[in-house]
Design a protein. Structure first.
Length: 67
């Protein structure tokens, strides 16, 4: 499972690294939305994938903050 490996990779990172990943994912989502609006995006499923990754990262940041 691709998402399980990605989640394990995220869990091993520090809070700072997670914040950097979050910023990068949000930039990627912005670029994907821009490409979609201008009809340049081929794989529209990537938007959904990036949104879920952002949620995963935010969840881990919250977990680390509470711990």
């Amino acid at each position: 499972m691709k998402s399980a490996k990605y989640l394990e990779e995220l869990r091993s990172q520090s809070a700072e690294q997670l914040n950097e990943q979050l910023v990068a994912a949000k930039k990627e989502l912005f670029n994907l939305r821009f490409q979609n609006a201008t009809n340049q995006l081929d794989n529209t499923g990537r938007i959904k994938e990036v949104r879920k990754n952002i949620a995963r990262i935010q969840t881990l940041i919250t977990e680390k903050a509470k711990a």
